[in-house]
Design a protein around this ligand. Structure first.
Ligand code: ADP
Length: 323
């Protein structure tokens, strides 16, 4: 496919523009007000719309004991496509096996005539992407706070031989305490051994690691470390480092980064040398030359600089004065 440079993207129908979302969702999904899980006998009452991705629509729901969850709804029409169905089942298997405070908890799944449903822990404060949109960029202490959480999440996943492969601001949810929770294991892969390498080309263009794009030797957990570099830059600067108008131009820039640094730090944004050090050491094209999670945590950015005890909810709207 000439348009996307032969890259097999996440299997997904195109997303509707923001303005058409409500109308499209209404017609694309049939979701009753009370959703009944036949096997457990539980009924979930729909409370509010939370968000929508290419595959699924999400609602906050409440069960008969007033416990609240996020219900991810995938239409059975979508699941008729065998590749999508296989991916969806893989997502369920990987996600349900991962129990960590930084990973949205998977409780159960069920189906009715129209849809398949995932019952997940609800994150009240939406996505990090939405916070970034509102704020433009985050402060260094806030970025440090979230990166430390994400490094711990990656350590846990990688110890369990899982690569997420789609770490990005849109897939990081914020719970009621404003802590990060990773979601969407639709592209995740399970490695059978520590040495195994994956060959599927997938991801989100801006966050795609060079070895996924150009590597002849497959890829491993280091792709998640690369996307943390992209995320770190994006949180501090407000735009991704390889920011171009077309996918091909993005991929070219990532390729050029092999020879010399193909992104710049904008002059009008004050960044500490410690922050720049983290970014430049993560965005190294050779995956073997990227630091390990353990090495990263030894960087002055993480060890020496101020780490907030928590992020206040008001940080969704504006930079807290103390941070
Ligand atoms: P897709 O597989 O289609 O990409 P996602 O899993 O990304 O779907 O979910 C779509 C949107 O629903 C997310 O971007 C987010 O806004 C919202 N969402 C998903 N899971 C939760 C959750 N556990 N709590 C709150 N909102 C959620």
């Amino acid at each position: 496919n000439a348009n996307n440079n032969g890259i097999k993207k996440k299997l997904q129908p195109t997303k509707p523009p923001e303005s058409q979302k409500a109308a499209t969702s209404e017609s694309k999904y049939i979701v009753p007000e009370n959703i009944y899980d036949r096997r457990s006998g539980e009924t979930y009452k729909k409370l509010r719309y939370l968000g929508e991705g290419g595959f699924a629509i999400c609602y906050e729901v409440e069960n008969s004991r007033q416990q609240r969850y996020a219900l991810k709804v995938v239409s059975k029409t979508t699941l008729r496509e065998p590749k999508i169905k296989t991916k969806f089942l893989a997502e369920i298997n990987i996600h349900r096996s991962l129990k960590h405070p930084g990973i949205v908890r998977f409780y159960s799944c069920f189906e009715d005539t129209h849809n398949a449903y995932l019952v997940l822990e609800v994150c009240e404060n939406h996505t990090l992407a939405r916070m970034l949109k509102q704020r433009q960029r985050l402060s260094e202490p806030e970025t440090r706070y979230y990166l430390i959480q994400l490094l711990d999440i990656c350590r846990f996943m990688h110890d369990n031989k899982v690569i997420h492969r789609d770490i990005k601001a849109n897939n990081i949810l914020l719970d009621y305490k404003m802590d990060a929770k990773l979601v969407d294991f639709g592209l995740a892969a399970l490695l059978v051994s520590a040495e195994e390498r994956k060959r599927t080309i997938c991801g989100t263009p801006n966050y795609m690691a060079p070895e996924i794009l150009y590597g002849r030797n497959g890829h491993n957990q280091q792709v998640d470390i690369w996307s943390l570099g992209i995320l770190c830059y994006t949180m501090l600067v407000g735009t991704p480092p390889f920011h171009e108008s077309s996918h091909d131009a993005i991929y070219q820039k990532i390729r050029n980064n092999q020879i010399m640094q193909a992104y710049t730090f904008p002059d009008n944004i004050k960044l500490s040398d410690n922050a720049k050090d983290v970014i430049t050491s993560l965005l190294v094209n050779d995956p073997e030359k990227r630091p390990t999670i353990k090495q990263l945590l030894e960087f002055p950015f993480f060890r020496q600089d101020f780490l907030p005890a928590a992020i206040p909810v008001c940080a969704l709207q504006r930079a807290p004065t103390e941070l």
